[in-house]
Design a protein around this ligand. Structure first.
Ligand SMILES: [Zn+2]
Ligand SMILES: [Zn+2]
Length: 246
């Protein structure tokens, strides 16, 4: 059995005893000092105490290193290009457009759309009494290079009946507006859909969108609108940049 030197803290008398004496082991106590004091005087084992203290120090140091490693790992993960892009593009679209602010604004505008629009051929179905759609970033369909360049594949946005819109990084105003029209109850890419989009675009930027070249309704109309408002959208959202120092 491992032994340690136990010492009375009062008289200093010591002896060898097991490192873990039983509770009622008489060697735990200095009997002369106990009978003098009237209470049990316990012997101490300085070597054991020192060992325990050293163990505590080592354990605290180990814990500290583990915490530090975890923190560094978390920080690395949150700084990974994809995480940085995720944070940014959940809030911000093309040209720095604020996604939430623009969504709320367009949704509010839609409430003012007349129920019949010239050219729409059917009554407009507004679903604007609900909250504005919630816009979130698609989990898949895009990736980020180490240098921060974002690659996107597949369709740019998805609108759900529940009022959820999923977009990919750097969503354009056109795509956002397109999905918002879907959320307002226009499911197909038909004439009514595009006349609602035309109305919303005109209202938002105070312009006239020319549909005189439209022959059939589909994505080509989105590109046609995009061509007509590209510069206006850029001017609307582009943040003023600090002039370069000479
Ligand atoms: Zn003693
Ligand atoms: Zn669509």
């Amino acid at each position: 059995m491992k032994q340690a030197r136990w010492k009375c803290p009062t008289c200093g008398h010591g002896l060898l005893a097991p490192t873990r004496p039983r509770r009622n082991d008489v060697r735990r106590y200095c009997l002369p000092c106990s009978s003098k004091a009237g209470v049990l005087v316990e012997r101490v084992a300085p070597a054991l105490d020192a060992q325990r203290a050293a163990r505590d120090v080592a354990r605290r140091e180990r814990d500290r290193k583990t915490r530090e490693r975890d923190r560094a790992r978390k920080e690395r993960a949150s700084n990974a290009p994809r995480e940085v892009a995720k944070r940014r593009y959940s809030k911000e679209g093309e040209h720095g457009m604020s996604i939430d602010r623009e969504t709320a604004r367009l949704w509010k505008l839609l409430a003012k759309m007349p129920t019949t629009l010239e050219g729409a051929t059917r009554t407009i179905s507004r679903v604007t009494h609900r909250d504005p759609p919630k816009v979130v970033l698609h989990k898949k369909g895009w990736r980020v290079e180490d240098d921060g360049q974002v690659w996107i594949r597949g369709h740019l946005g998805t609108a759900w009946q529940s009022g959820l819109i999923q977009v990919k990084p750097c969503v354009s105003w056109e795509t956002l507006a397109h999905e918002i029209i879907h959320c307002a109850g226009y499911r197909g890419h038909d004439r009514a859909f595009y006349w609602a989009l035309k109305w919303l675009t005109e209202r938002r930027f105070g312009i006239i969108v020319d549909f005189s070249q439209v022959t059939r309704y589909g994505y080509a109309v989105d590109w046609m609108i995009e061509d007509q408002i590209n510069d206006i959208v850029r001017a609307e959202f582009a943040k003023p940049t600090e002039p370069e120092p000479e």
